[in-house]
Design a protein around this ligand. Structure first.
Ligand code: ARG
Length: 587
């Protein structure tokens, strides 16, 4: 055995596959189906033999026994205790000595990243957040920002070169209405703060929309304003630019609070001179066709999209969201050489992305362009207690700024109640990390494709699967090190870890499942797997903390147990970091 595997699940999968095929003559399509198992049975179990035997008309239990014997006689067997189970399953219990070696080998976040290089050499664009300008960010913008960031972190962890691109909606039809109404009302925005200006623009937009709904003339004027903007009229462009600048200043406040960073902010407007190539090429290739004056794409083999068109040029000649997105795929491929693009949006855009991907596929293959893998990571709605999309009392979506401010305020009250000795400054700092963490975690914890009910009490509770609970778990481990008068980092990997007590062993076994959990989160692009795991880990750690004397008199035991605490801290911090949440050494 060369080195201790980082990801035991993957190791067992490869091992069983190889031995079963080479020594037991199972066919190449054999899938071992290795899954974590109930701790009392072992660490992993192999479920695939049963199905394979059934399919091939052999007795599962006999086949399982044969494979197990072959495994026991091969290199790798020294890492496990194997046992047969049920009608044809194999249990794998990792030998204590192998668990100890794992803990010694993989001690830091750097060690983890080095070992998990699945995506190295890959360039992945993550397209997330992407609010529309001229409006403040609201609760509908929370999930893309939070989930997108976690996914980008996860890809980076696995070694990908990640490009975070905030594809702002800064070139939509909203500008025609806005420009018209601003002119009509002779509004001066220059002296307002970004938030005031946006608030004013939201109202202007509302009045403008009403006007265009009742008056054909207003509609015409709005259209004319949009055309003037699109034709580059300097006065129109200046106002548009100013609105975008002010919008971004307001978005930036949210990004700063949420600690979100982008590599690029190329809004839709960036592609305005790149859309004609899209229409030309799609027409030339016979993919797009004229339909009632518009240029559209149908997908004949698709149940719905054979009739539901993907419009890439409207009847008035204007390009749209679809055209821009097509141009964006090409740009990201040609300029950034990306291998993959991940779009993180609301589930209501599923049709758009399905049509986009189908169209891009046909276009790229007709032109012989290399097409990046395109993935739509969609999510459900944040609901209020009534189960409907969360709104303010007046029926507006709640602004993110309001939401974040309230989270920090509520966290501050909870923290003050828990510890009266904090300075004003400490309390403010902690409240921010806890409050924002609670909102982000409350979101990430949900399987992204489900809707969820937003509940302050649930997400800020110090018990249960919440950010504050996990942040406390981290702070508690730091407190142990303070008592031991040693720093977890100074401890390094130099101390032997001896696993003896049942709670130590349970904790160690839980720790080495971390890579498998990350791989699962990556495969499905679902960060909630990480949440579930770190929450469980914190629970197993608690049992260890309550059941074992960590600060033992015997120096060797002390250092071994402290090392186990340090490993737990590493995994907790790594998980919390991936989720984009902050933590503190002291709370
Ligand atoms: N601005 C869009 C919206 O608010 C989201 C854009 C998502 N990204 C994309 N490339 N289409 O719904």
């Amino acid at each position: 055995m060369k080195a201790c595997p980082f990801d035991f699940q993957r190791f067992i999968d490869g091992w069983v596959r190889e031995i079963a095929v080479s020594r037991c003559h199972l066919s190449e399509d054999f899938d071992p189906q290795i899954l974590p198992s109930e701790p009392r049975f072992g660490d992993f179990q192999c479920n695939g033999i049963f199905a394979h035997a059934k399919r091939n008309g052999v007795v599962p239990r006999q086949l399982a026994e044969q494979v197990m014997k072959a495994l026991q006689a091969s290199d790798g067997a020294q890492l496990f205790d194997l046992s047969l189970a049920g009608a044809g399953f194999i249990n794998f219990k990792i030998a204590i000595s192998a668990v100890e070696i794992w803990l010694e080998t993989y001690a830091s976040e750097e060690d983890f990243c080095k070992a998990a290089g699945d995506l190295s050499g890959k360039t992945v664009v993550v397209d997330y957040s992407c609010p529309n300008t001229a409006k403040q960010m609201h609760v509908g913008h929370l999930r893309s920002m939070v989930i997108g960031d976690a996914i980008a972190n996860l890809l980076e962890f696995f070694g990908a070169r990640v490009i975070r691109d905030n594809h702002l909606g800064d070139w939509g039809t909203q500008f025609g209405i806005l420009l018209m109404q601003l002119r009509e009302e002779k509004i001066q925005l220059e002296n307002l703060s970004p938030d005031e200006a946006l608030e004013c623009l939201e109202n202007v937009y509302r009045r403008g929309t009403q006007a265009t709904q009742v008056s054909e003339g207003a509609m015409e004027r709005a259209r004319a304003e949009l055309v003037a903007l699109q034709n580059g009229d300097p006065e129109h462009v200046a106002i548009w630019k100013w609105i975008n600048t002010v919008s971004y200043a307001s978005f930036q406040e949210i990004y700063d609070l949420a600690r979100i960073k982008f590599d690029h902010v190329l809004g839709e407007s960036f592609y305005r001179d790149k859309v004609s190539r899209v229409c030309d090429e799609l027409s030339q290739c016979g993919i797009a066709e004229e339909d009632e004056g518009a240029l559209v794409v149908f997908h004949r083999n698709h149940q719905r999209f054979c009739r539901q068109p993907f419009i890439i040029r409207k009847r008035d000649g204007a390009s749209n969201y679809a055209t821009t997105d097509l141009a964006t795929v090409l740009y990201r491929r040609e300029e950034w050489h990306c291998d993959e693009i991940i779009y993180v949006t609301d589930g209501r855009q599923r049709d758009h992305f399905e049509q986009l991907f189908l169209t891009a596929e046909r276009w790229f293959s007709a032109k012989g362009y290399t097409r990046p893998v395109l993935k739509h990571v969609w999510f459900g709605t944040v609901c209020g207690e009534d189960g409907k999309a969360i709104k303010t009392r007046s029926g507006e979506p709640i602004r993110l700024k309001t939401l974040f401010t309230e989270a920090i305020q509520r966290a501050s009250e909870i923290i003050a109640a828990k510890d009266q000795n904090l300075t004003e400054e400490e309390r403010a700092r902690i409240s921010q990390v806890v409050g924002i963490g609670a909102i982000k975690y409350g979101d990430l914890l949900q399987n992204r494709t489900s809707d969820y009910v937003f509940s302050w009490d649930k997400m800020l509770s110090l018990e249960g699967n919440t950010a504050p609970y996990l942040q406390y778990a981290v702070a508690r481990i730091h407190a142990i090190f303070r008592r031991a008068k040693i720093s977890p980092d100074a401890l390094g990997k130099f101390h032997k870890i001896h696993l003896r007590e049942s709670q130590e062993i349970a904790l160690a076994r839980k720790l080495l499942l971390y890579p498998c959990v990350l791989r699962q989160a990556l495969a499905d692009l679902r960060p909630h797997f990480i949440c579930t795991y770190i929450y469980e880990l914190a629970g197993v750690f608690s049992a260890f903390y309550n059941g074992t004397k960590i600060l033992a008199e015997d120096q060797q035991t002390l250092l071994s147990r402290l090392s186990l605490c340090a490993r737990t801290l590493t995994v907790l911090r790594s998980g919390i970091n991936l989720l984009g949440i902050g933590f503190l050494e002291k709370m």
